[in-house]
Design a protein around this ligand. Structure first.
Ligand SMILES: [Zn+2]
Length: 275
């Protein structure tokens, strides 16, 4: 399996280093870290989709005004997963599966660029995203981003645990090396995605944490901007903090076997792309 690390979106909120810990100017730089897996027997598998072509062309139609302004979402079509898949010499139809951490606007925007793909995520996320019962859920979940997508596969945790975490171990039509790890908190149906290749495990934690300093050390280190954003977006902040604590423990106990990445830390993504 070949794993490509893609940046499928850029958000530059006001706050600079108070958000991302490194930007020199007024604006921060948050990435949308997605993965493209080239598998031998299952075609291309996309892990999260970032923003899609229609988000870049018609942001006012697809994205909420609140998040367009607050997150300062950049319009760069070259960053879409579709554009990067094509740059690698593939066609949209080659992406046969998409596995999602959750359905927020900055993770699900690319779905409409791959209407033939089978989409895998926790059933609980599908249910809450479709209910859109509060102001925040209506701003974050954007049904226009899923229009025409028909190959939904919703799951609940079952099967063997993964390093002590609940897991979905058998995604339909996908190899057993790709697992969903329920990590509720940021949204109710939020999940991490664990992938095993010849080098060991890679855990894409989605929005279970936002900042590199939150993992790999005994105490949590996070910028004030990202602390606030995580709290604001959290639907169950108790569960979110508890899952983060367990993930931090995992990163300390098994750091040699498991590489852990989250969606929006631009420096982590850059380091992996430069390797
Ligand atoms: Zn996000």
């Amino acid at each position: 399996m070949i794993i490509h690390h893609l940046n499928c979106g850029c958000m530059c909120p006001l706050g600079g280093a108070l958000y991302d810990g490194f930007s020199k100017g007024l604006h921060a730089h948050l990435a949308c870290h997605c993965l493209l897996l080239e598998t031998r027997h299952y075609g291309l598998v996309l892990i999260d989709t970032g923003f899609g072509s229609d988000d870049m062309r018609h942001p006012e139609r697809r994205l909420s005004r609140f998040f367009r302004l607050m997150n300062n979402i950049q319009r760069r079509e070259s960053l879409t997963a579709l554009s990067q898949v094509q740059s690698l010499g593939f066609r949209a139809e080659d992406v046969r599966h998409i596995v999602l951490t959750h359905l927020d606007f900055d993770h699900a925007g690319g779905l409409t660029d791959f209407p033939h793909a089978q989409v895998h995520l926790l059933q609980r996320e599908i249910d809450t995203a479709h209910a859109r019962h509060s102001w925040l859920t209506r701003e974050r979940y954007r049904p226009g981003q899923w229009q025409g997508v028909s190959g939904w596969h919703g799951y609940a945790a079952e099967g063997e645990k993964w390093f002590g975490f609940e897991a979905v171990t058998a995604l339909r039509g996908l190899p057993p090396e790709i697992l969903l790890i329920p990590l509720a908190g940021h949204t109710l149906g939020h999940a991490g995605i664990a992938i095993q290749d010849a080098n060991g495990w890679l855990l894409h934690g989605g929005d279970a944490w936002f900042y590199r300093g939150e993992m790999g050390q005994a105490t949590r280190h996070c910028t004030p901007g990202l602390r606030f954003y995580q709290w604001m977006m959290g639907v169950d902040n108790g569960a979110r903090r508890e899952n983060q604590r367990r993930l931090r423990e995992l990163s300390l106990a098994h750091g040699g076997e498991i590489k852990m990445i989250c969606s929006h830390d631009a420096l982590t993504l850059q380091a992996l792309q430069n390797r």
